[in-house]
Design a binder for this molecule. Structure first.
Ligand SMILES: Cc1cc2nc3c(=O)[nH]c(=O)nc-3n(C[C@H](O)[C@H](O)[C@H](O)COP(=O)(O)O)c2cc1C
Length: 211
């Protein structure tokens, strides 16, 4: 089946793409306006997009009035945000943070979440998150109704036991967003595929043809 995005229209292409490009990690973003009013909201148009420097991207839409959502406005004002990664214990609170609360309403209090100080930036992280990334705005661009925000990761916070002294990760299973609006998946089912060099691949091909 061939589907032309222009003919599908925004509603159908959103529905299809958010059900097809899955699973998506979820950033529960804390941000603050210039007066320090804190905000928290989840975003699944989110990913890690570079390593040197480490970069994350958020795709933040506009609210019903056509203005960028609070998160995008706050990041434009203060150039700082924290990505708190969402594990299953945080999922109910994350869903509360997605409510279209009015300006200056504390999502964190409504969701029963607490803050902990960041180190490199003034926006706090969520104390209950097992992993948080302190980020600084590098670039943002409005493309249609999207506010594309690229941030540089300045620091990481991880709960005890998540990272060992060799920088291996343990006991961390963030949830992923599946079909919008309300399907999720767990990331507890892992399997491994070893990457090969060209020489290893050639050797394998030879072994397969001359067993
Ligand atoms: C799991 C999940 C993922 C979401 N992802 C996005 C997203 O990527 N972009 C977006 O604009 N809204 C997304 N939303 C909706 C926002 O979280 C919601 O509009 C929120 O109220 C925005 O808050 P703010 O105005 O305080 O920034 C998502 C909601 C949920 C529950």
């Amino acid at each position: 089946m061939y589907l032309d995005i222009d003919k599908l229209g925004v509603r159908n292409s959103y529905k299809l793409l958010t059900n097809l490009v899955v699973p998506r990690p979820i950033a529960l973003v804390t941000s603050a306006d210039a007066h320090g009013h804190l905000n928290a909201a989840p975003f699944s148009f989110f990913n890690l997009i570079g390593a040197d420097p480490p970069l994350v991207v958020l795709g933040v839409g506009n609210d019903a009035s056509g203005l960028p959502k609070h998160t995008a406005r706050n990041i434009a004002e203060t150039r700082q945000f924290v990505v708190n990664l969402v594990t299953e214990e945080l999922s109910a609170a994350m869903n509360i943070c997605a409510i279209d609360f009015p300006d200056r309403f504390s999502e964190l209090a409504a969701a029963g979440l607490h803050t902990a100080a960041s180190v490199r930036i003034s926006v706090p992280r969520i104390a209950e998150a097992r992993v948080s990334l302190e980020c600084e705005l590098v670039q943002s661009q409005r493309i249609g109704q999207n506010n594309v925000i690229i941030g540089q990761v300045l620091a990481l916070h991880t709960a005890d036991g998540v990272v060992d002294e060799r920088h291996n990760v343990h006991d961390f299973a963030p949830i992923g967003r599946m079909g919008a609006p309300s399907w999720y998946c767990r990331s507890t089912d892992h399997f491994e595929i070893h990457r090969m060099t060209f020489a290893q691949w050639q050797a394998q091909q030879q072994a397969n043809t001359n067993p």
